[in-house]
Design a protein around this ligand. Sequence first.
Ligand code: ZN
Ligand code: ZN
Length: 285
Amino acid sequence: MDLGAHVSTAGGVDKAVARAVDMGAEAMQIFVSSPRAWAFKAPPDQVATSFKDAAKKAKLGPTVFHAVYLVAIGAPDEALLLKSVESLINYVKTADVLGAEGVIFHPASHRGAGYDAVEAQMVGAVHTVLKSAPGKAWLALENSAGMGDHIGSKFEQLGRLVKAINHPRIRVCIDTQHAWAANYDVATREGLDATLEELDKHVGLKLLTAIHLNDSKNDRGSAVDRHENIGQGKIGAAGIKTIVSHPSLAKIPMYLEVPGFEDQGPDKKNVDIIKQLRKEAGVSR
Ligand SMILES: [Zn+2]
Ligand SMILES: [Zn+2]
């Protein structure tokens, strides 16, 4: 498995590769615009070319994008829905331009309307995005921690949505912290086996394309989305070791989205800790 990390693109997307290499990451996740704004500017051709060259030279595994946080295709709000769709179209198109595999996004909140009331709207939105960005890049739904009215904390609901979308370019990303918060025991071998069994039953393991590998500040079942550095949280070093060495996950790239030991996001120290755990488990890249 490739051990990746979310990497900053400050100064241009082509700057991300060197940052990934510096921290020892084997793959990367990036934003291609500010995650807290709608504004989007496609990277210039020259930047795209230097990005692709650098990623290839560094022998990085799959690059994935994370959609901007504002995206909410399940919100009963026409203007927000249109902006969300437009943003995802830009991201999926840019993924193909930069040679990234796909775009991970949050199903976000139904804002009190209930899942059933917004399912058809979400299905329509995903189809519009994939039709408008008809390349190779996929779109992956990420499981949520289950805060408030957030959709997709339970694999059963995520599976319902995936089945309703029923598109060859739909995928799923599982965030270990969100799964933990949604009361899935990912920290023990027995618990992780059961978790993956449930994921397979409702979603299908073959759709699992990426893992967000994060420890958790809060207890299992807390429904709180708060990531922690590897080994410092409630999942703990032993739990993370169980995840990185699980045979069913051996070919799934994992991306850190941890706060960092200096609060600057994923860093070399977190990467090194996982590499050590992976080594102890007798697993290699
Ligand atoms: Zn995540
Ligand atoms: Zn999160």
